[in-house]
Write a protein of this length. Sequence first.
Length: 249
Amino acid sequence: YQRRVRGPFQVLCYFARDAADTKMLVSTRLARTSLQRPSLFRPRFSVRRAGNTSESSESGNYGAISEVPSFDAYRREPTTDGEANRLFTYFVIGSSVATFSPLVKSTVANFLDSMNPSADVMAVSSAEVDLSAIAEGSSIVVKWRGKPLFITHRTAEQINAANSTDLGELRDPEVDNVRTKKPEWLVLLGICTHLGCVPLVGKGDYGGYFCPCHGSHYDTSGRIRKGPAPKNLEVPPYKFLDENRILVG
């Protein structure tokens, strides 16, 4: 070294710089050699299948030979028989359908059954009423699904008054025989169609029902005649079990 050294720190810096220059020189020479003689940098082994004794004749491949087993004996020969392929496909599809159809059917049936109302809900959804104790011209109030139910044993005069009404005078026109299954029995939901109040039975200007909340008047068929109510009193679904019993709901 023909340098003027002034201290130990500068000596270390000189050595580090010389080492870096040497490393760069070696890398440059290796790169040039790999371009001029590429066979020196090829892997010195070759792969051949079992049973094949010929070795690669490439220059530089003089390493150990790794033997890979042949699976040609286990390979399925390609087939061009379209009918056989279709039969196999149909067999797979048919087997799948036969296997999974009962499972799908059971799952759907259980899901639909879970949506049905329970037994206690079905019990309160209907009400059986005995009509034998209701005198002609009187009414009773029965609770059905948490709502009042009016059952009226009408007289002949009340029936004639309902049938003689001109439909043109009604806000919600409806004939009397459509609202009853038997003319002498009138079954109505006791809720005013205006704001849901409970009307009074046998009151009002038409001798039917009167809502004291806002002054709606209904006739002997439960049809709105005067007041703010827009619709007639609702007729619930019911049927006669015999002459003296009905089932509501």
